[in-house]
Design a protein around this ligand. Structure first.
Ligand code: FAD
Length: 418
């Protein structure tokens, strides 16, 4: 019953997850809509494969947004291959262990030596600030791509070149500018417009019933408290599980900051990385958690709140024209309960980059997109489903099922601690 990362940590097949240095003999101009973690990773991989990349991003600046994010070995392995190993070591934190506790008593019910277990998958597990992660990928991709900010895509011509459409696919921005390319990638997140173009219908993401408060506190405050200091010394990722709620907490930024993600029933919040919420309301929503949590929450000055959305796997990620395709949250948004949303977007990018390094003729574009989809759809659909499973497991109401879950965790912990 312990929520398990191992299934994801293995990663995509070795033959497909390299930026292999091979350049396509036919170079495309690829338009990537969205400069999130997925869009940037795709820009890097496809530029490495010899293609010309333009990223179109609505935001007016690339800035500091979000909070902590977990980077599992399936992704850190890719990042190391892309030359980011040292930067990750400098800025991210490796959690020594994961501890799972009862919300109200703080009783330890599960514990695993996380760093050691995850190293078995050939790369470390990290905790990082999303903004730092974004900057790493931005600095990696930027020298080889064109980034256009303040560029909201409002329509797409998906058709390949023909007598009546000699310039082929294009996107139109909100200011009327038309930009032509050979291929359009929708990396435009959970509310994706490009997904509507691909499916030919409106298909909104579905609320999952949960929302997340996110807050970051300075560890300097925690170090002064003997009860909180152990959370930092051999940095543990700690989860407190409660009926319908849970709290995940871990260090980021070379242990200078402590990241809190507080999951609770959605009360009509919005889906945004930047929506402010009341810290007092957050404290009252978690007032029945153990005293250690109350101490942590006292340090919170401000909190962000995010409505958690996902969707059923899509029937296709590719427009019938074969020139528009989806990546990341645009096609497979998921609950963050396996910490795999960005991971799956980055794996998508690695696979797409590898496949398009083989391109030698325009007739191969559509088949390569089909190959991408067939390599990715099952893995991402399985991860969407297992993230939903963890919602149920984490949030069991107090009672027989919860007691069974906790008993299984205690047994596994006793075995591990010998
Ligand atoms: P996004 O990051 O949403 O980027 C989409 C971009 O497209 C945005 O910049 C947007 O401005 C732009 N855009 C949108 N529409 C247009 C348009 N029409 N024209 C131009 N630009 C447009 N994942 C993990 O791997 N590990 C974790 O630990 C983890 N924790 C999480 C915790 C929480 C609380 C949440 C909510 C998510 C978490 N995730 C985690 C998931 C992860 O954040 C997302 O899966 C990931 O950010 C998706 O990246 P993306 O590039 O697909 O989309």
């Amino acid at each position: 019953a312990i929520p398990d990362q191992a299934a994801n940590a293995q990663g995509v097949s070795e033959s497909l997850n390299l930026c292999n240095g091979r350049k396509a003999s036919l170079s495309l101009h690829i338009l990537i809509v969205g400069c999130g973690l997925g869009g940037l990773a795709a820009a890097h991989c496809l530029a490495q494969a010899g293609h010309r990349i333009t990223i179109l991003e609505s935001a007016t600046a690339i800035g500091e947004v979000g909070a902590g994010i977990q980077v599992s070995p399936n992704v850190s392995r890719l990042l190391r291959r892309w030359g980011l190993g040292k930067a990750l070591e400098d800025i991210a934190v490796r959690p020594e262990a994961i501890a799972l506790r009862r919300y109200n008593t703080g009783e330890l019910v599960g514990w695993t030596k996380w760093a050691e277990k995850m190293e078995e998958f050939g790369a470390p597990y990290y905790h990082i600030h999303r903004a730092d992660f974004h900057k790493l990928l931005y600095d990696l991709a930027a020298p080889n791509v064109t980034l256009k900010l303040k560029s909201t895509v409002v329509s797409v011509n998906p058709d390949p070149p023909s007598a009546s459409n000699p310039e082929g696919p294009s996107v139109t921005l909100s200011d009327g500018t038309v930009i032509h390319g050979d291929l359009v990638i929708g990396a435009d997140g959970v509310k994706s417009y490009i997904q509507q173009v691909v499916l030919g219908r409106v298909n909104p993401a579905r609320p999952t019933g949960d929302a997340a408060y996110r807050a970051i506190i300075p560890t300097s405050e925690m170090l002064k408290d003997p009860e909180l200091r152990p959370l930092l010394e051999n940095p543990e990722m700690t989860g407190w599980m409660a009926p319908g709620r849970h709290l995940m907490a871990y260090c980021i930024r070379a242990k200078r900051e402590y990241n809190l993600v507080l999951i609770h029933p959605d009360d009509n919040s919005v889906e945004s990385w930047t929506a402010e919420a009341s810290a007092d309301k957050m404290r009252s929503d978690f007032a029945d958690f153990e005293p250690k949590v109350q101490k942590l929450l006292k340090f919170v000055d401000s909190t962000l709140k995010w409505r958690l959305m996902d969707r059923q796997p899509l029937e296709t990620w590719i427009h019938s024209s074969g020139r528009v395709v989806l990546l990341g949250d645009a096609c497979h948004p998921m609950l963050p309960y396996r910490a795999q949303g960005a991971a799956m977007a980055i794996e998508d990018a690695a696979v797409l980059g590898n496949l398009f390094s083989h391109l030698s003729h325009p007739s191969q574009i559509h088949p390569l997109l089909e190959a991408y989809q067939s390599l990715r759809l099952k893995r991402t659909a399985d991860t969407q489903a297992s993230s939903r499973d963890n919602q149920r497991i984490f949030h069991l109401p107090d009672g027989p099922e919860q007691e069974k879950r906790d008993e299984e965790m205690r047994r596994a912990m006793a075995k591990e601690k010998g």
